[in-house]
Design a protein around this ligand. Structure first.
Ligand code: SF4
Length: 395
């Protein structure tokens, strides 16, 4: 970690975040298991349903403190027409209170992010734009089933700056079959030439029932070995921290503390958030609920004046503790034992002492002032380290 890497919680997490899921994509990417449809014929009905859903939650006491983030995600929000994006943001501000310094995020896909669209998004109030680039290599884009070319990605990144975005975030994917460090470095270098204010580098994962998962299961290709994936992860950390970025979450980098994702940090810190739209999840006071991941069912429920909720759960002590461990260890702030112990009513420090000494000796964790913080080597082994700690808990 850099000397000024983040060792303290990043933002006052008291206010909730508002997420809106735009469930439309030009085509389904081969690795993606987010809910979205390629048929745009229900777009108008989805907009009406979304307004009804906002009205159902607007008067609820839990959200009256107001939000300090609005995140338009998907799916592909940039596939919407400029006027539709403007209307959604205006509706959110009509129905809910927002802090004066609220941040408005939107995701964009190079297949639908030209200068005209991005300028309209900027005028509509989007302040932080996240572009899903994934790679600048045409073969990688084809393998991932992306619906844009590398040239389109370059044009969209340039257009974002021309449209006036002073905050430009981008997503990249690494760990593709056969990917070398040199090839991944070329993607990173090209991305850094745009000087993004935020960078997410995701290790490719094979989510069940996606086209990529099916091809892997049939043996069409061999995945990268775990050792090579861990080596690319470590290389990413070294390369980006040397380039001035802070590695503040397992997959996320920002050039300064002020530029970390205020919205996503709420998920990792178990702060409240309200999710609207098909498949969106919400969290409030240890209760989680999720919407129908079915656009027709979502629209039908709201036409009847009902919330489109598919299920909910009150988190048990065990679930709270597991989430606290996993979500905290993902971040450079690490796990504060004083946050975990009251959930379990148990002395974790004592129970973990031997395991932590071993992990520290291997260079996987550091222990600043009552915290357990994973080193980059440890982050690459998050699941096994968290599993080892959990084994020593009374769950
Ligand atoms: S554009 Fe994004 S949400 Fe849509 S299918 Fe691809 S990865 Fe999934």
């Amino acid at each position: 970690m850099r000397a000024d890497s983040i060792q303290q919680p990043l933002h006052n997490q008291a206010l909730p975040g508002l997420y809106i899921h735009a469930p439309f994509c030009r085509a389904k990417c081969a690795y993606c298991d987010f809910y979205s449809v390629a048929d745009l014929s229900l777009l108008g009905a989805w907009m009406d349903a979304l307004e009804r859903e906002m009205a159902l939650y607007a008067g609820e006491s839990g959200w009256q403190t107001g939000f300090d983030t609005l995140y338009l995600g998907g799916g592909t929000p940039s596939i919407l027409e400029a006027g539709q994006i403007e209307k959604i943001i205006a509706l959110a501000f009509e129905h809910f209170a927002f802090a004066d310094d609220a941040v408005v995020y939107a995701e964009a896909n190079p297949c639908s992010a030209d200068l005209e669209k991005l300028s309209a998004m900027r005028r509509a109030g989007v302040t932080r734009l996240h572009m899903g680039v994934q790679s600048f290599d045409e073969n990688n884009l084809r393998f991932l089933g992306r619906s844009h070319t590398a040239d389109q990605a370059r044009q969209s990144l340039n257009a974002a700056r021309q449209a006036g975005f002073s905050f430009l975030g981008a997503d990249l994917i690494f760990g593709l079959p056969g990917q070398t460090q040199k090839a991944w470095q070329a993607d990173l270098e090209q991305m850094l030439s745009y000087k993004p204010e935020h960078l997410s580098c995701y290790l490719l994962s094979y989510e069940k029932n996606t086209p990529l998962w099916k091809r892997l299961a049939k043996g069409v290709f061999a995945p990268l070995s775990q050792a090579r994936a861990a080596s690319l992860f470590a290389f990413t950390h070294d390369f980006l921290t040397r380039s001035g970025y802070i590695h503040y979450e397992i997959s996320n980098y920002a050039p300064s503390k002020e530029l970390v994702s205020r919205h996503n940090t709420k998920y990792w810190n178990r702060a409240p958030y309200l999710g609207l739209g098909p498949g969106a999840h919400s969290f409030y006071k240890e209760r989680r609920w999720w919407n129908l991941a079915d656009i027709k069912g979502y629209i039908a429920a709201l036409k009847k004046g009902k919330k489109p909720v598919a299920g909910s759960e009150n988190l048990s002590v065990e679930q709270r503790a597991l989430e606290e461990i996993y979500l905290s260890l993902r971040q450079s702030t690490g796990l504060e034992l004083a946050d975990l112990e009251p959930i379990l009513n148990f002395d974790c420090q004592k129970a973990w002492e031997i395991a932590l000494q071993t992990l520290e000796a291997k260079g996987f964790v550091s222990r600043p002032k009552g915290r357990v913080v994973l080193t980059p080597l440890g982050m690459a082994r998050l699941d096994s380290i968290a599993g080892m700690l959990i084994q020593n808990l009374p769950l």
